[in-house]
Ligand binder design. Structure first.
Ligand code: ATP
Ligand code: MG
Length: 420
């Protein structure tokens, strides 16, 4: 019989063996967040479409091309979240989290959905870790968010990640730059890709972010935003750099970094690796002052970052780092006969009480098949219970690694004897 279907294009099952890596990475991320005072927030997988249209921005690729949007049975347009920030901002405002002391520091671990062409490091369902901070304008806040990301890379041991930093100014100075950029690209219009020709009208800065090689080549001589930013923005950028220098965090100023979402202002950054091919941006972020007002709330400056977990795991794998391994149970209890199986279940529960990981035969297999199963599942110890063992109360505990056996008393066998 053939399966009725495979998984949808651009999705991936995370299977045992792989799931341990995810769990360990997530635990490490949670631990780091805790050390920085960031608390977890969980928001819905879908939001009213306007949350993203407004929050991510009408001129972005994400909103114009990539969203999973549909009308629900109530006639309301809803969208599967393509990213985490907009929903968190909506929730921050709706739940009055600004009353709980500012800055508010939040993190999330979520699935995201974008209708993209699947390739290495690019999926339709993918996972992000992200942090958001609300209320702080000071450059020390930007440096803290960047240092959190830097710590993630340091503590997981990945090498060769480069931090690229830029300032894209504020609403006021960006207007001036936008005009300069428009003027620059105007006479090169014919050489731009069709999307960028539209971008020239709607949001010329997006052109700098285009992945088309032709557009990329044109961008080489484009005016640089850092030459156009106002004094306040310049001072803020110097402040961020000063903190990073003091913390010993290395970066390069990259005037090409503009980030893909409309709401960014001032600080923008990316952590990039050359180890995982074309999709090298593992983590990106920046400041988005003004977004809370975009969504109809008060004025709370915001900043944050998002990290693609698939890409991060690809990178770890490319460098031979495994955050977590499949372990297998401490003990497999083989049994022969009904009475022995009952005893096996009881013994398993008692050892689990003590913290051991224990599996038992649940299929009345032959002893040979049970031993094979124990080996396949990676059990570290095996004990065999049969009529003889039940009668004498004694059994042999076999260590699978070297085949050595030891006499034990069933009634007093302690969890510590199989977990050590
Ligand atoms: P890209 O330039 O690669 O399309 P982006 O600018 O669209 O990335 P963001 O919206 O900033 O990405 O999302 C943050 C991170 O999420 C990215 O740096 C990347 O690691 C990851 N990411 C984005 N889109 C995908 C995807 N389709 N599949 C897997 N990971 C993704
Ligand atoms: Mg993208």
């Amino acid at each position: 019989m053939a399966l009725i279907t495979s998984s949808p294009k651009g999705t991936a099952d995370i299977l045992p063996g792989e799931s341990q890596k995810w769990a360990a990475l997530e635990a490490a991320l949670r631990n780091i967040c805790e050390r920085y005072g960031f608390e977890e927030i969980r928001t819905p997988v879908f939001e009213h479409t306007e949350v993203f249209a407004r929050g991510v921005g009408d001129t972005t690729d994400v909103v114009t091309k990539e969203m999973y949007t549909f009308t629900d049975k109530g006639g309301r347009s809803v969208t599967l979240r393509p990213e985490g920030t907009a929903g968190v901002v909506r929730s921050f405002l709706e739940n009055g989290l600004f009353n709980e002391g500012l800055p508010a520091s939040l993190f999330y671990l979520i699935g995201c959905y974008r209708y993209e062409r699947p390739q290495k490091g690019r999926l339709r369902e993918f996972h992000q870790f992200g942090v958001e901070m609300f209320g702080a304008t000071d450059p020390s806040a930007d440096a803290t968010v960047i240092s959190l990301a830097d710590r993630i890379f340091r503590e997981t041991g990945v090498k060769g990640i480069e931090l690229r930093l830029n300032s894209i100014g504020c609403k006021d100075c960006r207007g001036v730059y936008r005009d300069k950029l428009k003027a620059f690209f105007e006479d090169k219009k014919d050489k731009l890709c069709p999307t960028c020709r539209t971008r020239l009208e709607t949001n010329p800065m997006r052109i700098l972010d285009c992945k088309d090689p032709g557009c990329q080549a044109l961008c080489g001589d484009a005016p640089v935003i850092l030459d156009s930013i106002c004094d306040d923005c310049r001072e803020h950028f110097e402040g961020v750099r000063g903190h990073l220098d003091a913390l010993g965090i290395k970066y390069t100023v990259d005037p090409r970094i503009v980030r893909g979402l409309d709401y960014y202002c001032r600080t923008v950054f990316e952590f990039v690796s050359s180890d995982i091919g074309a999709q090298g941006t593992v983590c990106g972020g920046g400041r988005y002052d003004g977004m809370t007002e975009q969504l109809g709330g008060g004025d709370y400056p915001g900043l944050g970052l998002a990290m693609g977990l698939e890409r991060f795991l690809l990178l770890l794998e490319a460098q031979g780092i495994s955050p977590g391994e499949r372990k297998g149970p401490d003990l497999f209890i083989a049994s022969m006969g009904e009475a022995a199986r009952r005893e096996a279940l009881k013994l398993a529960e008692r050892l689990r009480d003590g913290g051991a990981s224990v599996t038992v035969d649940l299929m009345a297999k032959s002893l040979k098949a049970q031993m094979k199963y124990a080996g396949k599942t990676g059990a570290r110890y095996v004990i065999v219970l049969g009529d003889g063992e039940l009668e004498s109360g004694a059994a042999k505990l076999k260590k699978m690694a070297d085949g050595s056996e030891r006499d034990v008393t069933i009634e007093t066998l302690a969890a510590g004897e199989v977990t050590k």
